[in-house]
Design a protein around this ligand. Structure first.
Ligand code: ZN
Length: 312
């Protein structure tokens, strides 16, 4: 009798599996080239990828991640048969794909839910940093930017540094690969993001562009530009949150100029973008890019408020 019951169970299970199969395989594979996709640890995507409805918990997690940096998700989240998680664009739409199985395993292995949060945050970091717009897939510098973003986000969400690093500790390759940096560099990037968030006030984000902005007192205590730059050549004074005491100016020659006791120094240049919300990009000498928004605030690629331009 138990034998028959077991056989019936197996048969019933098989029938269910067959019944479910057409629903899955009737789908078209997702139309993207797996070579151009970041997966969290660089494991290649093999074979066609199919999407499934995401779990409610993961959808909510994405909402919380985006909420912590004050942005609305402009991408869809789908469960899929990917090795771990991936940021991709297809049909002109941004997607975060993740393996439900993998997310469960990570949370078990790291004994914390922050494991999965940090991986999804990393993938979101690829989208927000514009890495998925190119065709070059993963590369080490992009991975470190996405890692830093995940550290930043997890601090905002309330994770400790160890919690923010838990998944990386458990999963990353110790040695560098062609696409991904070694584990210690990635842990360092998470720490850098985590501390940056903490130094910016910690806890809940104050960087959302739709939040009332607190312009620091420095705006009203601007000392005259002095002889270094004639006033008529200036567009405005730039105040960076990270260095409120330093004097930066935008000039009509589209330069970012730093003024010190010793004189003036061009430290970056301004260029027009085709985005009306962020009409200008400022490129620094060391090739970092920040964006000047139509409200006068300066944002990083990750959407973090870095400072603002004040009229003088
Ligand atoms: Zn990545």
């Amino acid at each position: 009798m138990p034998f028959i019951q077991t056989t019936q169970k197996i048969l019933a299970g098989l029938l269910l599996a067959f019944a479910a199969a057409p629903a899955v395989f009737a789908q078209q594979p997702l139309p993207f080239d797996p070579k151009h996709v970041c997966t969290y640890d660089g494991t290649p995507i093999k074979g066609p990828v199919y999407e499934f409805a995401p779990s409610q918990a993961t959808s909510q997690m994405v909402g919380r991640i985006m909420g912590s940096v004050g942005l609305k998700p402009r991408f869809q989240v789908k469960a899929a048969n990917v090795p771990n998680a991936a940021a991709v664009i297809y049909n002109n739409q941004r997607y975060i794909l993740y393996s439900q199985n993998f997310v469960e395993q990570v949370n078990q292995a790291t004994r914390t839910d922050w494991g999965a949060v940090s991986i999804i945050a990393h993938e979101i970091g690829h989208h927000l940093n514009g890495h998925t717009l190119g065709l070059d897939g993963s590369r080490p510098s992009n991975e470190l930017e996405a890692d830093e973003f995940s550290g930043f986000v997890l601090q905002r969400m309330g994770a400790t540094m160890l919690e923010a690093q838990a998944a990386m500790n458990a999963l990353a390759h110790e040695e560098a690969t062609e696409t991904h940096p070694p584990r210690n560099a990635r842990l360092e990037a998470i720490a850098a993001g985590w501390y940056r968030a903490k130094e910016n006030g910690g806890g809940q984000a104050t960087i959302a562009r739709n939040q009332p902005a607190e312009k620091p007192a420095a705006a009203t205590t601007t000392r005259p530009a002095g002889p270094a730059i004639p006033r008529e050549e200036l567009v405005g004074k730039v105040v960076f949150n990270a260095s409120p005491g330093k004097e930066y100016y935008l000039t009509k020659k589209l330069q970012l100029v730093r003024v010190t006791e010793a004189g003036k120094e061009v430290v970056g240049k301004l260029a027009k973008t085709d985005n009306s919300q962020y009409p200008f990009v400022i490129q620094s000498r060391n090739n970092t890019f920040v964006y000047l928004a139509d409200d006068g605030y300066i944002y990083s690629r990750a959407g973090e408020k870095m400072g603002y331009v004040a009229k003088i």
